[in-house]
Each structure stands twice: as structure tokens, then as C-alpha cells.
Design a protein around this ligand. Structure first.
Ligand code: FE
Ligand code: ZN
Length: 238
């Protein structure tokens, strides 16, 4: 089922979060993923004449959940997050679990446990739309910090991501491409794949657009954390 995905930059120039408006086109059912900052999200919803039924969270950090309550109150939207994080997600209504699904209208979201950045971090994967929302797990050319998990856990999560179809587009929780470019240069050769990747990112950013989205195929060629083939290689990146 086709999805309409709108990317909204929040906390611009500070934390550079991305919130997303996700709409199932057949039914118009809409969710806000990780509402970092209400004002720019509300502006975009009004432009698009959309009212969200759901708020999805990837993890409990404040920069992803701070305006759960504002949007819940304004629209009557239900907050959907990992059941195991119910005590630390503001406004928690509906629990989801690893390997289970959640229906956004006619679009199926698969929930993938990604405990590493935090325990209970989840990925929202829409297989038919080939869209993966990675929160603070996978960014362009880099990964999220290990606040509550181990390198071993993160390595295992990245192997799950690498098994998803190559043409999946991924939507990260922050615009961290410049930081990722630094990591890619430190750990990789400055090969043509990375040059192409950065040229695309730069062209998009110069137009005021998000750097991506990139496909998992592009990411596997360029992101040093996805290129590590073993846990011991992965640990050398820290
Ligand atoms: Fe986070
Ligand atoms: Zn974050």
C-alpha cells in the first residue's frame, strides 16, 4: 500500500531532529513519528489538511517524544510505542512488540526490536512501501550512541537491518550526515560510492531538503558501521 511520507526538521540547528508525517494513502489514516517539536509539525499538517490518528515513537528520549502530549491533546491521537517502554513514553496508549505488526489504515508496519541506543528502541518497517524508520539506531553514514546498550547489541541490530531488501529507503531520527561523512572518511577509503553519496546529500541539503532518504544498498556501500563484517571489526569503530 502506498504511503505518503513528509519529513519535518525540528530543533533546527540545535539537535536537528526529523519528525515524520506518515499517511496511508488509501484510507488517509495518518501518524506522526517521533514528534520532537509541535509547531513545525502542526504547520505541515495544516498545509496538507491532515489530522493524525496516531503518534508513533521509536524510543523514549525527550527529543523524540517531547510533543507527544501536545499533539495527543490537540488531535486526540493515540500514542503507540514499545510495550516494554510504557512507563517512560509520555501519553502511552497502545503497546507494540518485536516481530508484531501494527496497521496504519491498510498499511502494515512491522515492529523490529533495536535495543542498543536505548533498551526498547524499535524500528518501524513498512515492507510494502519499502520504508524503514530508524530513529536513533541508523543515521546517514553513522549510528546512534550506545546510551543503554552494548556494541554487541548494536552489531546484532545492524545485521537485522542489513537483511532487509536493498531497495528499502530509510528515514533517520536526525540530520547527522556531516558527522557521518566524517566517520565514513576516517574508516573508509574515499571511494567513488562515498563521493556519489555525499554529492546527493549536498545537493538535497542545499535545496533545504533532507540529505536522504538513501536506500539500504547505498548505506551498505558507504556506512562504515554496516560494513563491519564481524563484532571485533565493529568494536574497532568505537
Ligand atoms: Fe535518542
Ligand atoms: Zn535523538
Amino acid at each position: 500500500m502506498p504511503l505518503q511520507i513528509e519529513t519535518i526538521l525540528c530543533r533546527a540547528g540545535k539537535m536537528d531532529n526529523y519528525s515524520y508525517i506518515i499517511t496511508d494513502e488509501q484510507t488517509g489514516t495518518t501518524a506522526i513519528l517521533d514528534p520532537s517539536e509541535a509547531a513545525p509539525i502542526i504547520t505541515k499538517l495544516e498545509q496538507l489538511k491532515l489530522k493524525p490518528q496516531y503518534i508513533f515513537n521509536t524510543h523514549h528520549h525527550f527529543d523524540h517524544t517531547d510533543d507527544n502530549l501536545t499533539l495527543k491533546e490537540k488531535y486526540g491521537a493515540l500514542v503507540v510505542a514499545n510495550q516494554q517502554d510504557n512507563a517512560r513514553i509520555p501519553g502511552f496508549d497502545i503497546g507494540v512488540e518485536n516481530n508484531k505488526t501494527f496497521l496504519l489504515g491498510n498499511s502494515i508496519a512491522q515492529i523490529i526490536d533495536a535495543s542498543a541506543h536505548t533498551q526498547g528502541h524499535i524500528l518501524w518497517y513498512f515492507p510494502e512501501a519499502k520504508a524503514l524508520f530508524t530513529g536513533d539506531t541508523l543515521f546517514n553514514l553513522c549510528i546512534g550512541g550506545l546510551f543503554e546498550g552494548s556494541p554487541q547489541q548494536m552489531f546484532a541490530v545492524l545485521q537485522k537491518i542489513k537483511q532487509l531488501p536493498d531497495d528499502t529507503l530509510f528515514y533517520p531520527g536526525h540530520e547527522y550526515t556531516p558527522h557521518g561523512a566524517h566517520d565514513a572518511f576516517v574508516f573508509n577509503n574515499r571511494n567513488q560510492d562515498i563521493q556519489n553519496y555525499l554529492a546527493k546529500a549536498k545537493a538535497n541539503l542545499e535545496q533545504g531538503l533532507p540529505a536522504g532518504p538513501f536506500t539500504l544498498a547505498e548505506e551498505k556501500r558507504c556506512n562504515p558501521y554496516l560494513q563491519a563484517q564481524s563484532l571485533s571489526d565493529f568494536k574497532k569503530l568505537f
